[in-house]
Design a protein around this ligand. Structure first.
Ligand code: KIV
Length: 286
């Protein structure tokens, strides 16, 4: 087949080049059929370790084994043809040192055919991010509220709602960008802080409970379809049980591309000066 007709997947460098451009659309996918349905509408599919809670009923993502991530990622790669597939490294598979992280991440790439991995952590993971990217493994970082750290952080509540917390998150974002991450997920961060970080770093920010000013947005598919029993404030339910998945995904993708989502009701204001949001989010939300 000539190059002209080859179906080409979105790559990690393609996503990196979208900094400041048209908003990046992403959703989680854990199995082949949903991957096939949402593939045409998103730029990347995340095989998130949230699958431990959503698919397997764990209370947190901590128990998820690497083998389970590989099995679900294989299904998602088989079910999709064009979106970049990013696979979460589960808790315990990468934190110890860069070479263990490389061994496990290389396994994920080789055994699944995905195009990138994601790992949680900011400045303290910078050496690992550099080690992996220099050796051919594209890394998406994940900062803000990091669910794998639940046993040390104590709750899934949003972060950065007090200005006194900002410097640490800004330093995390700078460190992962400088270490070579091609994008960074900002989860459950105060809206103003997420917008500020987006302006400060040279790689795309992907918001989940963050800001409409992020370079892209992601949600857990089952949450936005209304299938999850409890969802955080930042989740907009685009379909109720039984409604079409494709219609919900189309609506989500359209709202991300026009920055209609997330409006203020799906973001976290500051605590000191409660209703403060960036101009863009306020306009859209009001
Ligand atoms: O595991 C996951 O689904 C994630 C998203 C919430 C970004 O990391």
């Amino acid at each position: 087949m000539s190059d002209e007709f080859a179906v080409k997947r979105v790559t990690a460098p393609d996503i990196a080049k979208r900094k400041g451009g048209a908003p990046i659309v992403a959703l989680t996918a854990y199995h082949a059929h949903t991957a096939r349905i949402i593939d045409p509408y998103v730029d990347f599919l995340l095989v998130g370790d949230s699958l431990g809670m959503v698919m397997h009923g764990y209370e947190t993502t901590v128990p998820v084994p690497l083998e389970l991530m590989i099995m679900h990622a294989q299904a998602v790669v088989r079910g999709s043809t064009r979106a970049l597939v990013v696979v979460d490294m589960p808790f315990g598979s990468y934190e110890e040192n860069p070479s263990i992280a490389f061994r496990n991440a290389a396994r994920v790439l080789k055994e699944t055919g995905c195009g990138a991995i994601k790992l949680e952590g900011g400045a303290h993971m910078a050496d690992t991010i550099r080690y992996l990217t220099e050796r051919g493994i594209p890394v998406m970082s994940h900062i803000g509220m990091t669910p794998q750290a639940i046993n040390t952080i104590g709750s899934f509540k949003p972060r950065g709602r007090f200005r006194s917390e900002w410097a640490a998150f800004e330093e995390d974002a700078r460190a992962v960008a400088e270490a070579g991450a091609f994008a960074v997920v900002l989860e459950a961060l105060a809206e103003l802080l997420a917008a500020r970080i987006t302006k400060q770093i040279a790689i795309p920010t992907i918001g989940i409970g963050a800001s409409a000013e992020c370079d892209g947005q992601i949600l857990v598919l089952e949450d936005m379809l209304g299938l999850s029993p409890r969802v955080p404030k930042f989740v907009k339910e685009y379909a109720q049980i039984g409604a079409g998945i494709e219609a919900a995904v189309k609506a989500f993708a359209g709202e991300v591309r026009t920055r209609a989502f997330p409006s203020a009701e799906y973001t976290y204001p500051m605590c000191e000066d409660a209703p403060e949001v960036t101009k863009k989010t306020k306009m859209i939300g009001s």
